[in-house]
Design a protein. Structure first.
Length: 133
C-alpha cells in the first residue's frame, strides 16, 4: 500500500534515525511514545474517471512530534526532521512503485505548551497520484 511505502521510506532514512517510533495512526496524547516520534495517516482524495482507467489522488499526513523541556530547540529539531522526511520521500516519488508520482504539497506547524514541557508537531501533506482500473 502507499501508506506502507511511505512508512518504509521514513523508517529507512538515515537522517531520520533520531525518530524513535513510527506509527500508523495518531496516538492518544496520554500514550505518546518517547520523543521524537511520527505517524502516517490517510487523509482521503479524489477520483477522476477516464476511459479505461481512473486517476486517483490520495493525500497522506506525515506528522513529526518533538516533546521536551527545551522550547528553544524543539522547533529547530522538528523542522530538521521534517526536511529529512521530505528528502526521503522526494528521493523516490513513485514510493516503491505504488504511485505514478508524489510530492509534499503542504507543511504546517503546531506548538503546544504544557507545565513542564513543550510539544512541536510538523505535519507534511504528501499528495500522490496513481491510476486504477
Amino acid at each position: 500500500s502507499i501508506k506502507a511505502a511511505i512508512l518504509s521510506k521514513l523508517a529507512a532514512a538515515g537522517d531520520l534515525s533520531a525518530v524513535k517510533k513510527w506509527l500508523k495512526a495518531e496516538p492518544i496524547p496520554t500514550r505518546y511514545p518517547t520523543s521524537p516520534f511520527g505517524w502516517v495517516e490517510y487523509n482521503g482524495g479524489a477520483r477522476k474517471p477516464a476511459a479505461g482507467s481512473k486517476e486517483v489522488f490520495d493525500d497522506f499526513f506525515v506528522v513529526l512530534v518533538v516533546k521536551s523541556a527545551d522550547p528553544d530547540n524543539n522547533e529547530d529539531t522538528a523542522m530538521a526532521l521534517a526536511k529529512a522526511a521530505e528528502a526521503a520521500l522526494e528521493a523516490d516519488p513513485q514510493l516503491n512503485s505504488t504511485t505514478f508520482d508524489s510530492y509534499v504539497s503542504n507543511r504546517e506547524k503546531q506548538k503546544v505548551f504544557a507545565s513542564d514541557y513543550d510539544i512541536v508537531a510538523i505535519r507534511l501533506t504528501v499528495h500522490t497520484w496513481r491510476f486504477s482500473a
